[in-house]
Design a protein. Structure first.
Length: 426
Protein backbone atom coordinates (compact mmCIF):
# COMPACT_ATOMS: atom_id res chain seq x y z
CA UNK A 1 0.00 0.00 0.00
CA UNK A 2 1.41 3.34 -1.07
CA UNK A 3 1.28 5.99 1.66
CA UNK A 4 0.30 8.53 -1.02
CA UNK A 5 -2.82 6.47 -1.74
CA UNK A 6 -3.89 6.54 1.91
CA UNK A 7 -3.18 10.26 2.22
CA UNK A 8 -5.15 10.90 -0.97
CA UNK A 9 -8.12 8.91 0.34
CA UNK A 10 -8.06 10.78 3.64
CA UNK A 11 -7.99 14.09 1.78
CA UNK A 12 -10.89 12.92 -0.40
CA UNK A 13 -12.94 12.15 2.72
CA UNK A 14 -12.32 15.67 4.00
CA UNK A 15 -13.31 17.16 0.64
CA UNK A 16 -16.50 15.12 0.65
CA UNK A 17 -17.36 15.93 4.26
CA UNK A 18 -17.09 19.63 3.53
CA UNK A 19 -19.92 19.33 0.98
CA UNK A 20 -22.25 16.92 2.82
CA UNK A 21 -25.29 17.99 4.88
CA UNK A 22 -24.50 18.98 8.47
CA UNK A 23 -25.82 15.68 9.81
CA UNK A 24 -25.73 12.51 7.72
CA UNK A 25 -24.27 9.02 7.30
CA UNK A 26 -22.70 7.69 4.10
CA UNK A 27 -22.37 3.92 3.67
CA UNK A 28 -20.38 2.23 0.90
CA UNK A 29 -19.71 -1.42 0.15
CA UNK A 30 -16.45 -2.67 -1.33
CA UNK A 31 -16.30 -4.74 -4.49
CA UNK A 32 -16.55 -8.49 -4.02
CA UNK A 33 -14.47 -11.29 -5.45
CA UNK A 34 -16.16 -12.67 -8.58
CA UNK A 35 -16.01 -16.42 -9.13
CA UNK A 36 -14.90 -17.47 -12.59
CA UNK A 37 -15.33 -21.19 -12.11
CA UNK A 38 -14.93 -23.64 -9.21
CA UNK A 39 -12.14 -22.17 -7.03
CA UNK A 40 -10.85 -19.71 -9.65
CA UNK A 41 -11.72 -16.01 -9.36
CA UNK A 42 -11.47 -13.03 -11.69
CA UNK A 43 -8.71 -10.55 -10.76
CA UNK A 44 -10.03 -8.33 -7.99
CA UNK A 45 -10.61 -4.64 -8.71
CA UNK A 46 -11.90 -2.40 -5.94
CA UNK A 47 -15.12 -0.42 -6.38
CA UNK A 48 -13.92 3.02 -7.44
CA UNK A 49 -15.77 5.19 -4.90
CA UNK A 50 -14.68 2.85 -2.12
CA UNK A 51 -11.04 3.07 -3.22
CA UNK A 52 -11.29 6.86 -3.63
CA UNK A 53 -12.43 7.26 -0.02
CA UNK A 54 -10.35 4.57 1.71
CA UNK A 55 -7.48 3.24 -0.40
CA UNK A 56 -8.63 -0.23 0.72
CA UNK A 57 -8.13 -2.96 -1.89
CA UNK A 58 -9.82 -6.02 -0.43
CA UNK A 59 -13.37 -7.32 -0.60
CA UNK A 60 -16.06 -7.94 2.01
CA UNK A 61 -15.68 -4.50 3.56
CA UNK A 62 -18.08 -1.67 4.40
CA UNK A 63 -17.19 1.96 5.08
CA UNK A 64 -19.42 4.17 7.22
CA UNK A 65 -18.67 7.90 7.12
CA UNK A 66 -20.61 9.95 9.68
CA UNK A 67 -20.90 13.72 9.90
CA UNK A 68 -22.38 15.65 12.80
CA UNK A 69 -21.84 19.36 12.27
CA UNK A 70 -18.06 19.88 12.44
CA UNK A 71 -17.27 16.38 13.72
CA UNK A 72 -16.80 13.30 11.58
CA UNK A 73 -15.99 9.63 12.07
CA UNK A 74 -14.87 7.08 9.47
CA UNK A 75 -15.42 3.44 10.40
CA UNK A 76 -14.40 0.38 8.40
CA UNK A 77 -15.89 -3.09 8.82
CA UNK A 78 -14.01 -6.10 7.43
CA UNK A 79 -13.33 -9.75 8.35
CA UNK A 80 -9.78 -9.23 9.66
CA UNK A 81 -7.01 -11.75 9.16
CA UNK A 82 -8.13 -15.14 7.89
CA UNK A 83 -5.47 -17.86 8.28
CA UNK A 84 -6.71 -19.59 5.12
CA UNK A 85 -6.35 -16.39 3.09
CA UNK A 86 -2.86 -15.91 4.48
CA UNK A 87 -1.97 -19.47 3.51
CA UNK A 88 -3.32 -19.26 -0.05
CA UNK A 89 -2.92 -15.58 -0.91
CA UNK A 90 -0.39 -14.31 1.63
CA UNK A 91 -1.94 -10.94 2.44
CA UNK A 92 -4.37 -9.18 4.71
CA UNK A 93 -4.71 -6.80 7.65
CA UNK A 94 -5.98 -7.34 11.16
CA UNK A 95 -8.27 -4.67 12.56
CA UNK A 96 -5.58 -2.72 14.42
CA UNK A 97 -3.24 -2.75 11.42
CA UNK A 98 -5.93 -1.51 9.06
CA UNK A 99 -6.91 1.30 11.44
CA UNK A 100 -3.32 2.52 11.62
CA UNK A 101 -2.31 1.96 7.98
CA UNK A 102 -5.44 3.48 6.45
CA UNK A 103 -5.77 6.36 8.95
CA UNK A 104 -9.29 5.41 10.05
CA UNK A 105 -11.14 6.31 13.24
CA UNK A 106 -12.57 2.86 13.95
CA UNK A 107 -12.24 -0.64 12.51
CA UNK A 108 -14.49 -3.52 13.50
CA UNK A 109 -15.34 -7.04 12.35
CA UNK A 110 -17.81 -7.16 9.48
CA UNK A 111 -20.16 -9.27 11.62
CA UNK A 112 -20.71 -6.23 13.87
CA UNK A 113 -22.02 -3.97 11.11
CA UNK A 114 -25.79 -4.24 11.58
CA UNK A 115 -25.65 -4.08 15.36
CA UNK A 116 -23.35 -1.09 15.22
CA UNK A 117 -25.59 0.74 12.76
CA UNK A 118 -28.69 0.14 14.93
CA UNK A 119 -26.84 1.62 17.88
CA UNK A 120 -25.18 4.62 16.19
CA UNK A 121 -27.63 5.86 13.53
CA UNK A 122 -30.72 7.80 14.49
CA UNK A 123 -33.78 6.92 12.38
CA UNK A 124 -34.18 10.52 11.19
CA UNK A 125 -30.57 10.97 10.04
CA UNK A 126 -30.16 11.36 6.26
CA UNK A 127 -28.46 8.27 4.84
CA UNK A 128 -26.45 8.26 1.62
CA UNK A 129 -26.19 4.92 -0.18
CA UNK A 130 -25.14 3.69 -3.61
CA UNK A 131 -28.45 3.39 -5.45
CA UNK A 132 -27.02 0.79 -7.84
CA UNK A 133 -25.85 -1.61 -5.11
CA UNK A 134 -28.43 -4.26 -4.11
CA UNK A 135 -26.54 -4.83 -0.85
CA UNK A 136 -27.31 -1.26 0.17
CA UNK A 137 -31.00 -1.76 -0.66
CA UNK A 138 -31.11 -4.96 1.37
CA UNK A 139 -29.37 -3.32 4.33
CA UNK A 140 -31.84 -0.43 4.34
CA UNK A 141 -34.78 -2.84 4.25
CA UNK A 142 -33.40 -5.06 7.01
CA UNK A 143 -32.81 -2.08 9.31
CA UNK A 144 -36.14 -0.51 8.50
CA UNK A 145 -34.85 2.81 7.20
CA UNK A 146 -37.65 4.81 5.55
CA UNK A 147 -37.06 5.65 1.89
CA UNK A 148 -37.51 9.39 2.47
CA UNK A 149 -34.26 9.62 4.47
CA UNK A 150 -32.20 7.75 1.82
CA UNK A 151 -30.50 9.39 -1.16
CA UNK A 152 -27.84 8.42 -3.70
CA UNK A 153 -24.28 9.11 -2.54
CA UNK A 154 -23.17 9.44 -6.19
CA UNK A 155 -24.79 12.89 -6.30
CA UNK A 156 -22.24 14.06 -3.74
CA UNK A 157 -19.20 12.09 -4.89
CA UNK A 158 -19.40 12.64 -8.67
CA UNK A 159 -18.72 16.42 -8.70
CA UNK A 160 -15.61 15.88 -6.57
CA UNK A 161 -14.26 12.96 -8.61
CA UNK A 162 -14.73 15.05 -11.76
CA UNK A 163 -12.12 17.51 -10.47
CA UNK A 164 -8.80 15.70 -10.17
CA UNK A 165 -6.29 16.60 -7.47
CA UNK A 166 -2.65 17.13 -8.41
CA UNK A 167 -1.85 13.66 -7.07
CA UNK A 168 -4.60 12.08 -9.16
CA UNK A 169 -3.37 13.91 -12.25
CA UNK A 170 0.10 12.47 -11.64
CA UNK A 171 -1.30 8.94 -11.40
CA UNK A 172 -3.31 9.40 -14.61
CA UNK A 173 -0.25 10.85 -16.34
CA UNK A 174 1.78 7.80 -15.31
CA UNK A 175 -0.89 5.52 -16.81
CA UNK A 176 -0.91 7.65 -19.96
CA UNK A 177 2.91 7.64 -20.27
CA UNK A 178 3.07 3.85 -20.00
CA UNK A 179 0.22 3.44 -22.49
CA UNK A 180 1.87 5.85 -24.94
CA UNK A 181 5.12 3.91 -24.86
CA UNK A 182 3.30 0.59 -25.21
CA UNK A 183 1.29 1.77 -28.22
CA UNK A 184 4.44 3.12 -29.85
CA UNK A 185 6.11 -0.26 -29.40
CA UNK A 186 3.12 -2.07 -30.92
CA UNK A 187 2.95 0.20 -33.97
CA UNK A 188 6.70 0.01 -34.54
CA UNK A 189 6.79 -3.78 -34.23
CA UNK A 190 3.63 -4.57 -36.19
CA UNK A 191 5.64 -5.10 -39.40
CA UNK A 192 8.91 -6.16 -37.80
CA UNK A 193 7.56 -9.15 -35.90
CA UNK A 194 5.12 -9.21 -37.87
CA UNK A 195 1.75 -9.18 -36.07
CA UNK A 196 -0.58 -11.41 -38.09
CA UNK A 197 -3.42 -11.86 -35.58
CA UNK A 198 -5.42 -9.26 -33.65
CA UNK A 199 -4.75 -11.06 -30.37
CA UNK A 200 -1.02 -10.62 -30.97
CA UNK A 201 -1.55 -6.86 -31.18
CA UNK A 202 -3.48 -6.90 -27.90
CA UNK A 203 -0.96 -9.18 -26.20
CA UNK A 204 2.02 -7.05 -27.21
CA UNK A 205 0.34 -3.93 -25.79
CA UNK A 206 -0.36 -5.60 -22.46
CA UNK A 207 3.17 -7.00 -22.33
CA UNK A 208 4.76 -3.57 -22.66
CA UNK A 209 2.35 -2.03 -20.13
CA UNK A 210 3.03 -4.59 -17.44
CA UNK A 211 6.73 -4.60 -18.23
CA UNK A 212 6.66 -0.91 -17.28
CA UNK A 213 4.87 -1.53 -13.98
CA UNK A 214 1.19 -1.07 -14.81
CA UNK A 215 -1.03 -3.08 -12.48
CA UNK A 216 -3.28 -4.09 -15.37
CA UNK A 217 -5.41 -2.83 -18.21
CA UNK A 218 -8.02 -0.11 -17.75
CA UNK A 219 -10.46 -1.98 -20.04
CA UNK A 220 -10.41 -4.86 -22.53
CA UNK A 221 -8.16 -3.93 -25.44
CA UNK A 222 -9.74 -3.19 -28.81
CA UNK A 223 -7.31 -4.49 -31.45
CA UNK A 224 -9.42 -4.23 -34.59
CA UNK A 225 -8.07 -4.93 -38.06
CA UNK A 226 -9.81 -3.86 -41.24
CA UNK A 227 -13.61 -3.70 -41.07
CA UNK A 228 -13.59 -4.73 -37.41
CA UNK A 229 -12.58 -1.16 -36.64
CA UNK A 230 -16.16 -0.17 -37.52
CA UNK A 231 -17.40 -2.09 -34.45
CA UNK A 232 -17.09 0.47 -31.65
CA UNK A 233 -16.43 -1.89 -28.74
CA UNK A 234 -14.84 -4.73 -30.68
CA UNK A 235 -12.95 -6.98 -28.23
CA UNK A 236 -13.11 -10.36 -30.00
CA UNK A 237 -9.53 -9.86 -31.26
CA UNK A 238 -9.42 -13.23 -33.03
CA UNK A 239 -9.26 -12.30 -36.70
CA UNK A 240 -6.29 -12.19 -39.02
CA UNK A 241 -4.57 -8.93 -39.86
CA UNK A 242 -4.61 -8.39 -43.61
CA UNK A 243 -1.71 -6.74 -45.48
CA UNK A 244 -3.94 -3.88 -46.72
CA UNK A 245 -5.74 -3.36 -43.41
CA UNK A 246 -5.48 -0.55 -40.96
CA UNK A 247 -5.29 -1.55 -37.30
CA UNK A 248 -7.31 0.41 -34.75
CA UNK A 249 -5.79 0.00 -31.29
CA UNK A 250 -7.92 1.41 -28.46
CA UNK A 251 -6.02 0.48 -25.32
CA UNK A 252 -4.89 1.89 -21.99
CA UNK A 253 -3.46 0.67 -18.72
CA UNK A 254 -4.05 1.48 -15.06
CA UNK A 255 -1.60 2.96 -12.61
CA UNK A 256 -2.71 2.75 -8.97
CA UNK A 257 -6.21 2.09 -10.37
CA UNK A 258 -6.21 5.31 -12.46
CA UNK A 259 -6.85 4.84 -16.17
CA UNK A 260 -5.48 5.90 -19.52
CA UNK A 261 -7.58 5.57 -22.69
CA UNK A 262 -5.86 6.06 -26.05
CA UNK A 263 -6.62 5.17 -29.66
CA UNK A 264 -4.40 5.19 -32.71
CA UNK A 265 -4.86 3.82 -36.23
CA UNK A 266 -2.06 2.81 -38.60
CA UNK A 267 -1.69 0.99 -41.93
CA UNK A 268 -0.22 -2.51 -41.76
CA UNK A 269 1.64 -1.83 -45.01
CA UNK A 270 3.18 1.32 -43.59
CA UNK A 271 1.30 3.51 -46.08
CA UNK A 272 -2.34 4.64 -45.98
CA UNK A 273 -4.41 4.10 -49.10
CA UNK A 274 -6.01 7.22 -50.58
CA UNK A 275 -9.36 6.42 -48.95
CA UNK A 276 -7.84 5.53 -45.58
CA UNK A 277 -5.84 8.75 -45.71
CA UNK A 278 -8.87 10.87 -46.57
CA UNK A 279 -10.88 9.59 -43.61
CA UNK A 280 -7.88 9.81 -41.30
CA UNK A 281 -7.24 13.45 -42.28
CA UNK A 282 -10.90 14.29 -41.60
CA UNK A 283 -10.83 12.75 -38.11
CA UNK A 284 -7.46 14.28 -37.24
CA UNK A 285 -8.47 17.79 -38.31
CA UNK A 286 -11.68 17.46 -36.31
CA UNK A 287 -9.89 16.25 -33.21
CA UNK A 288 -7.38 19.11 -33.37
CA UNK A 289 -10.16 21.66 -33.67
CA UNK A 290 -12.01 20.22 -30.67
CA UNK A 291 -8.85 20.16 -28.54
CA UNK A 292 -8.13 23.77 -29.49
CA UNK A 293 -11.59 24.77 -28.23
CA UNK A 294 -11.43 22.81 -24.95
CA UNK A 295 -11.10 25.24 -22.03
CA UNK A 296 -12.90 26.21 -18.83
CA UNK A 297 -16.46 27.37 -19.36
CA UNK A 298 -17.03 25.41 -22.59
CA UNK A 299 -19.89 22.92 -22.64
CA UNK A 300 -18.98 19.37 -23.58
CA UNK A 301 -22.08 19.35 -25.79
CA UNK A 302 -20.71 22.33 -27.73
CA UNK A 303 -17.45 20.46 -28.42
CA UNK A 304 -19.51 17.54 -29.72
CA UNK A 305 -21.38 19.95 -32.01
CA UNK A 306 -18.08 21.19 -33.44
CA UNK A 307 -17.08 17.58 -34.16
CA UNK A 308 -20.48 16.76 -35.66
CA UNK A 309 -20.42 19.76 -38.00
CA UNK A 310 -16.85 19.20 -39.19
CA UNK A 311 -17.21 15.46 -39.73
CA UNK A 312 -20.49 15.94 -41.56
CA UNK A 313 -18.82 18.45 -43.87
CA UNK A 314 -16.06 15.92 -44.64
CA UNK A 315 -18.60 13.14 -45.20
CA UNK A 316 -20.41 15.32 -47.73
CA UNK A 317 -17.20 16.43 -49.41
CA UNK A 318 -16.17 12.78 -49.84
CA UNK A 319 -19.64 11.90 -51.22
CA UNK A 320 -20.16 9.39 -48.44
CA UNK A 321 -23.30 11.37 -47.62
CA UNK A 322 -24.94 12.63 -50.81
CA UNK A 323 -26.98 15.53 -49.48
CA UNK A 324 -26.24 19.05 -48.31
CA UNK A 325 -24.49 19.46 -44.98
CA UNK A 326 -27.57 21.19 -43.57
CA UNK A 327 -29.85 18.31 -44.54
CA UNK A 328 -27.36 15.74 -43.26
CA UNK A 329 -27.35 17.43 -39.86
CA UNK A 330 -31.10 18.03 -39.72
CA UNK A 331 -31.83 14.39 -40.60
CA UNK A 332 -28.93 13.13 -38.45
CA UNK A 333 -27.52 11.19 -41.41
CA UNK A 334 -24.04 11.56 -39.93
CA UNK A 335 -24.92 9.16 -37.08
CA UNK A 336 -24.50 6.22 -39.48
CA UNK A 337 -20.80 7.08 -39.58
CA UNK A 338 -20.19 9.03 -36.32
CA UNK A 339 -22.52 7.31 -33.83
CA UNK A 340 -20.85 8.07 -30.48
CA UNK A 341 -20.06 11.02 -28.24
CA UNK A 342 -16.91 13.07 -28.54
CA UNK A 343 -15.39 12.01 -25.24
CA UNK A 344 -15.83 11.21 -21.58
CA UNK A 345 -14.30 11.90 -18.19
CA UNK A 346 -11.27 9.81 -17.22
CA UNK A 347 -10.01 8.80 -13.79
CA UNK A 348 -10.48 5.77 -11.56
CA UNK A 349 -12.99 4.56 -14.14
CA UNK A 350 -12.14 4.66 -17.81
CA UNK A 351 -15.59 6.28 -18.15
CA UNK A 352 -15.40 8.34 -14.97
CA UNK A 353 -18.54 9.88 -13.46
CA UNK A 354 -19.57 13.11 -15.16
CA UNK A 355 -22.72 15.12 -15.92
CA UNK A 356 -24.65 14.57 -19.12
CA UNK A 357 -23.04 16.27 -22.10
CA UNK A 358 -25.59 19.12 -22.10
CA UNK A 359 -24.92 19.87 -18.43
CA UNK A 360 -21.17 19.30 -18.43
CA UNK A 361 -19.19 22.54 -18.24
CA UNK A 362 -15.43 22.08 -18.56
CA UNK A 363 -13.35 23.37 -15.65
CA UNK A 364 -9.70 23.38 -14.67
CA UNK A 365 -8.40 20.04 -13.33
CA UNK A 366 -10.89 17.92 -15.22
CA UNK A 367 -9.38 15.06 -17.25
CA UNK A 368 -11.18 13.71 -20.29
CA UNK A 369 -10.84 12.07 -23.68
CA UNK A 370 -11.32 13.71 -27.07
CA UNK A 371 -12.06 10.94 -29.60
CA UNK A 372 -13.90 11.72 -32.83
CA UNK A 373 -14.24 8.90 -35.32
CA UNK A 374 -15.59 7.88 -38.72
CA UNK A 375 -16.72 4.33 -39.46
CA UNK A 376 -17.85 3.13 -42.89
CA UNK A 377 -19.24 -0.39 -42.39
CA UNK A 378 -19.13 -2.96 -45.14
CA UNK A 379 -22.93 -3.07 -45.27
CA UNK A 380 -23.13 0.65 -46.20
CA UNK A 381 -23.91 -0.22 -49.81
CA UNK A 382 -24.87 3.38 -50.62
CA UNK A 383 -21.22 4.36 -50.14
CA UNK A 384 -18.46 3.94 -52.73
CA UNK A 385 -17.01 0.48 -52.02
CA UNK A 386 -13.49 1.92 -51.78
CA UNK A 387 -14.43 3.45 -48.41
CA UNK A 388 -16.31 0.49 -47.01
CA UNK A 389 -14.69 -1.37 -44.14
CA UNK A 390 -12.56 1.56 -42.96
CA UNK A 391 -12.84 2.70 -39.34
CA UNK A 392 -10.81 5.61 -37.96
CA UNK A 393 -10.78 6.91 -34.38
CA UNK A 394 -8.11 9.13 -32.84
CA UNK A 395 -8.24 9.50 -29.07
CA UNK A 396 -6.12 11.55 -26.72
CA UNK A 397 -6.33 12.27 -23.01
CA UNK A 398 -6.42 15.92 -22.04
CA UNK A 399 -6.25 17.89 -18.80
CA UNK A 400 -8.19 21.14 -18.64
CA UNK A 401 -6.03 24.00 -17.39
CA UNK A 402 -6.96 27.48 -16.20
CA UNK A 403 -6.68 28.89 -19.73
CA UNK A 404 -7.09 25.93 -22.08
CA UNK A 405 -6.01 22.33 -22.02
CA UNK A 406 -2.92 20.13 -22.06
CA UNK A 407 -2.71 16.96 -24.17
CA UNK A 408 -1.39 14.41 -21.70
CA UNK A 409 -0.74 11.90 -24.52
CA UNK A 410 1.00 14.34 -26.84
CA UNK A 411 4.05 12.06 -27.17
CA UNK A 412 2.04 9.44 -29.07
CA UNK A 413 2.35 10.28 -32.81
CA UNK A 414 -0.80 10.91 -34.80
CA UNK A 415 0.25 12.97 -37.83
CA UNK A 416 0.06 10.86 -40.99
CA UNK A 417 3.77 11.14 -41.77
CA UNK A 418 4.73 10.25 -38.21
CA UNK A 419 2.33 7.31 -38.00
CA UNK A 420 3.48 5.91 -41.34
CA UNK A 421 7.14 6.27 -40.34
CA UNK A 422 6.52 4.51 -37.04
CA UNK A 423 4.58 1.75 -38.77
CA UNK A 424 7.50 1.27 -41.16
CA UNK A 425 9.79 0.82 -38.17
CA UNK A 426 11.66 4.08 -38.70
Amino acid sequence: MHKDTVLSAKSNRQRLLSTLPSSCTLILFSAEKKQRNHDVYFPFRQESNFFWLTGWEEGQAVMVLQKNNTESVCTLFHPGLDPRVLLWEGRGYDHKQSKDVFMLDNVYADTELKGWLKKHIRPSTPILLSSGDPRATTLAQELGWPSEIISDCANWIMPLRLLKTKQEQQWIQQAVDISVEAQQQVIAQSRQLPLKQEYQVAALFQYHCQLSGANGLAYPTIAAAGANACVLHYTHNQDEVGPKDCILLDAGCEWNNYAADLTRVWPVSGKFSAEQKALYEAVLATQKQCIDQAKPGVMMADLHTIARDLLTQYLCDLKIIRTSVTEAIEKRLYTDFFPHGLGHALGLDVHDPSPESKQWVLAADQVLTIEPGLYIPTHATQVDERFRGIGIRIEDNIRVTKTGCEVMSAQLPKEISAIEALAQGE
